[in-house]
Design a protein around this ligand. Structure first.
Ligand SMILES: Cc1ncc(C[n+]2csc(CCOP(=O)(O)OP(=O)(O)O)c2C)c(N)n1
Ligand SMILES: [Mg+2]
Length: 451
């Protein structure tokens, strides 16, 4: 019937137009038809309204309607930030009624503290060694020891770690020795990278710690890929990605978190918000509620933790790991701390930040804070502290002396390991380099074997 009316009403498109009585009859019939369509539409609308016409079902989700024209977001209001989880106050005293979903066993707590002492000692002495010109570069993690060690202690050995460059505490906690670190900084032949990276670019296949790449944020999409592989293989592990708040301004951060959310990847993103990206303050990196505030926008469970409270970081990371594995979903942690040292040995931070700010944060040393708690627990003493610090000092001094004596990899190591067999163009370049340094021995450091 409808097809017939449709055909009869079409005048255009090469069909004959209606004339006379037929036109009157057709018009009357069309009026009846459109009235019945309107009634049907009204019926449909009524049915929809009775169902619930208060939200829009959309391929991307379901959104409620509102008759109010208003905006959300905009410049962040400091009155309403995501609160920062802590379990110990600034003097290392327990915060009453702190939520502790995960127990921190004595043995783990002591190992955490011993590693923090070793980390502080490495940072102090390696930094001085660089200043003495013994190797070319160094970065300390002063002020952020609790973030690295507290989170590392909450992970499992099978978890796969991607770090930025200031998380040496993590690889130390996983078993990388002070000697391994010294070999890497000197770039000697014990170092698996064969001196092809700058100092502090640690890595270890055995410890599931991917070699550091200091090109900011490139580790984040890699970490998501590794997490997705874990999920595909059904392995009982998570991927863990560390980064600074400055790195989170890179496009790679946004691509990584969105992939992690949409592919439901078991990954923990751990942002160290230490207030500075070299000389750029965190306030110039974002206008929203820090890094944790971005998580909900991506559909990622997020939390903010006091990065100077090792117990809180431990608990937060354990909980993040539980959620990531049980729900096969990403979790974002923002650890609030402060970079107490200079950015690196190539920086002088007194040129761009106030001395009072640095002094105030140094007084909140996270290692002392954790030590005070351990002493209150009866798990640590001043005597043990002296011994641990003396032992760490002699281990670090010896490791540096030993690493400095070791030979460097030969010049040819620059060209190996990329291809199973060296291709012709690399062979040519290798011959050219050899010829050049033989003719100009000053062009090559004296301790690099020319072969
Ligand atoms: C892609 C890229 N851009 C710039 C740099 C130079 N750079 C090295 S560290 C750094 C600051 C990073 O700050 P943040 O992520 O907050 O880490 P933090 O040093 O504070 O630990 C910059 C800009 C880089 N390494 N890679
Ligand atoms: Mg930073």
């Amino acid at each position: 019937m409808l097809a017939r009316w449709g055909a009869a009403l079409q005048g255009a498109g090469g069909r004959p137009a209606l004339t006379g009585a037929w036109r009157v009859a057709a018009a009357a019939a069309a009026a009846v038809h459109s009235a019945s369509l309107a009634a049907a539409a009204a019926d449909g609308a009524a049915a929809a309204a009775s169902k619930a016409d208060d939200h829009m079902d959309f391929p991307g989700g379901s959104v409620p309607f509102t008759s109010q024209l208003s905006m959300v977001g905009g410049s962040f209001s400091p009155r309403d930030p995501i609160p920062c989880y802590r379990t110990l106050d600034s003097a290392g005293r327990e915060v009453p009624d702190a939520h502790l979903p995960h127990d921190l066993p004595r043995e783990t707590a002591v190992r955490m503290y011993e590693t923090m002492v070793k980390l502080q000692t490495v940072d102090t002495i390696f930094y001085e060694a660089q200043r003495q010109g013994r190797f070319s570069f160094y970065m300390t993690s002063s002020g952020e020891e609790a973030t690295a060690i507290g989170s590392a202690a909450a992970l499992e050995p099978q978890d796969v770690v991607f770090s930025q460059y200031r998380e040496q505490g993590v690889i130390m906690y996983r078993g990388f020795s002070v000697q391994d670190m010294a070999h890497q900084c000197f770039g000697n032949w014990h170092e698996q990278g064969k001196g092809r990276q700058m100092p502090i670019h640690y890595g270890s296949r055995d410890l599931n710690f991917h070699t550091i790449s200091s090109t900011l944020a490139t580790q984040l999409p890699h970490a998501v890929g590794a997490g997705y592989a874990i999920k595909m293989d059904n392995r009982p592990a998570v991927s863990v990605a560390y980064f600074g708040e400055g790195a989170s301004s890179e496009g790679d951060f946004h691509a990584a978190v969105n992939f992690a959310a949409t592919l439901s990847v078991p990954i923990i993103f751990i942002c160290r918000n230490n207030g500075w990206a070299i000389s750029t303050p965190a306030t110039d990196q974002y206008r929203g509620d820090g890094i944790a505030g971005r998580g909900p926008g991506y559909g990622i469970a997020s939390l903010r933790v006091d990065g100077g409270d090792a117990r809180a970081v431990y608990c937060a990371t354990k909980e993040a790991r539980r959620v990531a594995t049980e729900q096969q979903a990403p979790v974002l942690i923002e650890a609030m701390s402060y970079r107490s040292g200079h950015h690196s040995t190539s920086d002088d931070s007194s040129r761009y930040r106030a001395a009072e700010e640095m002094k105030a944060w140094r007084a909140r040393d996270p290692v002392t804070r954790f030590q005070l708690w351990l002493v209150q627990q009866g798990w640590w003493s001043d005597e043990q502290d002296k011994e641990a610090r003396a032992a760490a000092r002699s281990e670090v001094v010896q490791a540096l002396a030993a690493a400095q004596k070791e030979p460097k990899p030969p010049l040819s190591a620059m060209f190996t390991d990329v291809y199973a067999e060296m291709p012709w163009h690399l062979k040519e370049q290798y011959e050219e380099v050899l010829a050049h340094v033989r003719a100009h021995p000053d062009a090559c450091p004296a301790d690099i074997p020319i072969r």
